[in-house]
Design a protein around this ligand. Structure first.
Ligand code: GTP
Ligand code: MG
Length: 424
């Protein structure tokens, strides 16, 4: 099975918790706070790797989690940072957020990487909350939690040249003759069931060429193997439209040419507009040369002008002519390009923003990134922690804002799942 589109789940590591502890030593009473900070969680990083050529590794492994940060320890011991998780994908993998289908990255070049999810920050240990008036803070902060995200990996092969045409016309044979690829070749339709890629080295030039399954009438409606695999030639620069000009299967080569072009058109503008070199294959089987001139005549009457090369792939006839043409043509074409997209990023709520929601009946709820962050450090059963929390609300102007919105000492203030009252 060829896998070129797959959903997976990724999660960055949570931050480790800060520690609440006090220095203890024989004969030393009431040592100061010495709780260390939690470590940072590992991030999820994708990297394009040329040694990976499909998404098959993701067939059964669907969940990827980076390591959590370690908790802080006594003696100001910092928690261990969680290891990043590096996930290798083939060059040409487009990474999307599954929910919105927004593109996060198009990993194009070997070694290109992207941090898709940042690991959570570690919580601060109680030593960090020591002030002149709070000598022995009895609270610390918990680590930042990270959500799991569902992402979509889609392989859009990067090749300079794409081979298209009806089944059995000799596409894979051409690939096998001009590259080191060893595709399956046989005298029946749909021998090729998934894209094959090869590198053609010729003289001082080289290019990457992709062979995809044959197209038949109705491919865009899913007939045959459908047009599914056309995504692998979407970002080629040039197509070789291969024709069995001998009509060896009692087919009409010109009809085939029109049908395949129709199917390319239905797949979309990008593929339709790609320049084509028309490759008339199997000339070794052509008895009456008129077959070739008829085909060429018909082509010459079309608005689009095509370059035509006559070859026999099995007899290795004129393949050098073809290669010279391809290399010359590629020189005139724009380089391979990434998709055009505005990169989508997973963001955490802004840690400075908050919002007050008046639910009526004296209930006010405060939400937002500022509250998320603050809530990591509150233990309402702890007097000190609660006082610290009220102070932060006051310093930030939130108490004032609550009052302006109509809250008084009888109102219930809610953050997360905690209710409390304003204390003067
Ligand atoms: N006589 C002759 N036979 C050829 C030539 N090129 C390919 N063939 C034969 O045509 C048959 C089909 O070749 P493939 O290369 O598998 O064709 P394909 O276009 O990849 O076919 P699908 O993968 O099924 O779409 C094989 O039996 C080849 O040996 C040629 O130039 N001359
Ligand atoms: Mg084939």
């Amino acid at each position: 099975m060829y896998l070129d589109r797959v959903k997976i789940f990724v999660k960055a590591g949570n931050g480790g918790n800060g520690k609440t502890s006090f220095h203890s030593e024989k004969y030393v009473e009431k040592g100061g706070p010495d709780g260390g900070d939690g470590g940072k969680g590992g991030s999820i990083i994708f990297v394009a790797d040329k040694s990976v050529d499909s998404l098959i590794d993701f067939r059964f492994t669907k969940h990827f989690r980076a390591e959590n940060g370690g908790n802080g320890g006594s003696n100001n011991m910092h928690g261990k940072n969680g290891a990043n998780l590096i996930i290798k994908v083939p060059c040409g993998t487009v990474i999307r957020d599954n929910e919105t289908e927004n593109i996060i990255a198009d990993l194009f070049e070997d070694g290109e990487k992207i941090v898709v999810l940042q690991g959570g920050n570690g919580g601060l240990g109680n030593a960090r909350f020591k002030t002149s008036v709070r000598q022995r803070p009895s609270f610390s902060q918990t680590g930042q939690l990270c959500e799991e995200k569902e992402i979509l990996l889609e392989l859009k092969t990067i090749a300079d040249v794409g081979l298209v045409g009806f089944p059995n016309v000799g596409k894979s044979t051409i690939l096998s003759m001009i590259t080191n690829a060893k595709p399956k070749i046989a005298n029946y339709h749909f021998t090729t069931l998934a894209p094959n890629i090869g590198v053609c080295k010729y003289g001082n030039s080289s290019f990457v060429i992709a062979d995809i399954p044959g197209l038949i009438e109705g491919a865009s409606e899913g007939i045959g193997l459908g047009h599914y695999f056309l995504r692998h030639i979407e970002r080629t620069r040039l197509l070789l439209h291969v024709i069995d000009v001998s009509g060896s299967e009692d087919r009409n080569p010109y009809e085939d040419f029109k049908i395949v072009n129709q199917e390319l058109k239905k797949h979309g503008e990008k593929v339709e507009k790609l320049p084509q070199i028309v490759v008339l294959n199997k000339i070794d089987l052509v008895v009456d040369k008129k077959q070739i001139s008829d085909f060429k005549n018909k082509l010459s009457k079309l608005k689009t002008k095509y370059e035509i090369v006559e070859i026999s792939a099995v007899a290795n006839q004129n393949l050098d002519v073809l290669l010279n043409k391809v290399i010359e043509k590629l020189k005139t074409l724009p380089p391979k390009q990434k998709l055009e997209y505005v990169p989508f990023e997973y963001t955490r709520p802004d840690p400075n923003r908050y919002e007050i929601i008046n639910h009526g009946d004296g209930l006010f709820e405060i939400v937002g990134g500022f509250i998320d962050e603050l809530a990591r450090g509150i233990d309402l059963n702890d007097f000190q922690s609660f006082s610290y929390f009220q102070k932060v609300l006051k310093d930030k102007g939130i108490i004032k804002e609550l009052k302006r919105r109509g809250a008084d000492e009888f109102s219930t203030i809610r953050i997360k799942n905690i209710d409390f009252e304003i204390k003067e």
